[in-house]
Write a protein that binds this ligand. Sequence first.
Ligand code: KG4
Ligand code: ZN
Length: 352
Amino acid sequence: MLVLGIETSCDETAAAVVADIAPFIRSNVVFSQLAEHRPYGGIVPEVAARAHLTHLDPVIERALEEAGVGFDDLDAVAATGGPGLIGGVIVGVTEAKAIALARGLPFIAINHLEGHALSARLVAAVEFPFLLLLVSGGHCQLQIVEGIGRYRRLGTTIDDAAGEAFDKGAKLLGLGYPGGPAIERAAASGQAKHAPLPRPMVGREGCDFSFAGLKTALRLAVEKHGGALSAADQADLAASLQESIVASLADRTRRAIALFRELYPTGKTLVVAGGVAANTALRQRLTDLAARAGLDFVAPPLSLCTDNGAMIAWAGLERLKAGLVDALDFAPRPRWPLDPKAAPARGAGVKA
Ligand code: KG4
Ligand code: ZN
């Protein structure tokens, strides 16, 4: 079986072909719109939507070419149906529906968060249920993944997402956009202990997250320098910010592991996914945490952590095999929680 996956929910225009037998990833083409958004210091939704329109056709063409297949070889077309910047989601969904209609193929709308969640199963034999730390530009959640389309949220952010904390922190430090990789690079030559920052929520009840206070603490620390940060100060603050975010994520995950073990004694895997999962310090901390708890730890390779088409195609393949396809009147969804029974998150961003 071969599935084409299309991802257009944020600032990557991506398409991939994934198969149900190894090698699973037949192609994975990602066009990053970074250059188009950089002059604005962040993502401009209207610019993103227009850029998806320009780039999507050639990106799909390349994905098919690199996989060595044509539309006629496909078994289904999957596209991110939300959550995300709605202009971009509409572009991807409309394209996927058009291909499905023209070629008589099933169309599958993928929850972008489920794409991230199931990416671990694309690279390892991860069985349900598993515990998922999902950390991206707009979401920060701890979920128990019980099965395809079956989620139980243990924690979420009450304000900013982890990726947002990196992005806003980088902006405050003058490190540019996107913030996560810039903070990680700067942190490598800094010392967290030279510029201590609070560790949000550490030691608190529950598994929720909060990063707005950390951002304020960082702003105050930057202001203390009177707007003139030396490269050394910049590096120390970057190291400290990264340490605080990682410590907070690890503390919340430790609590979620305890709950997971209690609720699902047969569960044996901790998975991290989403753009922030590309962070080496976080991966290291979670590796230790899982080892101490006797859980397997799975983190997808960096190229599958940040937004990509392969995770959407894979989620499409998993859904196709389970007989879960969508009608062509599917309406793109700017918001789409994984666990609709959980209370809606306050202040969740638009990136997923
Ligand atoms: O999943 P993703 O590519 O897009 C969304 O769906 O949000 O995640 C993007 C986020 C951005 O906030 C970016 O700064 C963060 O992931 N990120 C990182 C790293 N690479 C990307 N954060 C920390 N360390 C990194 N190495
Ligand atoms: Zn994402």
